[in-house]
Design a protein around this ligand. Structure first.
Ligand code: ZN
Length: 270
């Protein structure tokens, strides 16, 4: 339990936003527990990996089936981003059901998805980056976004809000849940990141704390601020504030484990 998030314990545990639960929004931020993968990928891993050792596609697909089953759905109902640290958000129509699981993946980088299709389960994957879920219960439109530092400074959450607006959603109605990610306790970065953020907006210095010749970047603060700039009400934003690097028993962390590690997934559907 942390800051408006609840931990749903069980064979395959997950975190939920209490704000989302209040409105009955179907979503979950999974941990690394409760899947079938082993070794560095133990156990609920959602990507084969890019390091020297890889997990099998079969394991990853079994993990997708486990996660989807908790929503009463199957891996065929999932639409999976193809994450390359872009700021690109795509609309997922019925044709996109099964993309990245039982259909070929996207052919270009897509780091965020928006849909209004019932029971189409959006999946974004992270291991320190920020998983952001958005939903409007009036128009029944939801979104899932992968926001690392590049996506954050590139305004990917703003792009998601704009695409939701194109589906008739009013910005002030959008509810947001920012899941577990690397915290300001652990995210030391170089001055090139500082320069990149500040070149977008001088006020973005507020996301950084100097630390010798480096900086500490607060990705939660950055994403919250950019969402508010995009017209989201502050009271409609819930933040887990749980650090993925500090809690190795529960989360995969790129900063802690490098490239040979698993990847978590957050899910949402209408
Ligand atoms: Zn930490």
């Amino acid at each position: 339990m942390s800051n408006g998030f609840v931990y749903i314990d069980g064979k395959t545990p997950y975190y939920q936003s209490e704000l989302f639960n209040k409105y009955g929004i179907c979503h979950a931020f999974f941990t690394r527990k409760g899947g079938v993968s082993s070794g560095a990928f133990e156990s609920l891993n959602f990507a084969e990996g890019v390091g020297e050792i890889k997990d099998s596609e079969e394991n990853v697909m079994r993990n997708y089936e486990i996660a989807a089953n908790l929503f009463g759905l199957h891996k065929d109902d999932v639409c999976r981003t193809y994450q390359t640290h872009t700021s690109r958000v795509e609309f997922a129509d019925e044709e996109k059901r099964g993309v990245g699981t039982v259909k070929p993946k996207f052919e270009f980088g897509v780091d965020g998805l928006v849909t209004d299709v019932k029971n189409l389960l959006l999946s974004v994957r992270t291991a320190d980056c920020v998983p952001v879920l958005l939903c409007d219960i009036d128009k029944k439109v939801c979104s899932a976004v992968h926001a690392g530092w590049r996506g954050t400074v590139g305004g990917i959450t703003k792009n998601a809000v704009e695409l939701m607006e194109k589906q008739g959603v009013k910005r002030e109605k959008i509810l947001v849940a920012i899941g577990p990610c690397i915290g300001k306790c652990c995210y030391e970065v170089g001055s090139e990141l500082y320069d990149e953020f500040v070149s977008v907006k001088p006020e973005y210095t507020a996301f950084f704390t100097p630390n010798g010749d480096k900086f500490i970047l607060d990705l939660n603060h950055a994403n919250k601020t950019i969402l508010i700039e995009a017209g989201i009400k502050e009271e409609n934003i819930s933040i887990a504030e749980i650090c993925t690097k500090c809690n190795g028993d529960k989360f995969f962390s790129h900063r802690r484990n490098g490239t040979v590690r698993g990847t978590m997934s957050a899910f949402i559907h209408i």
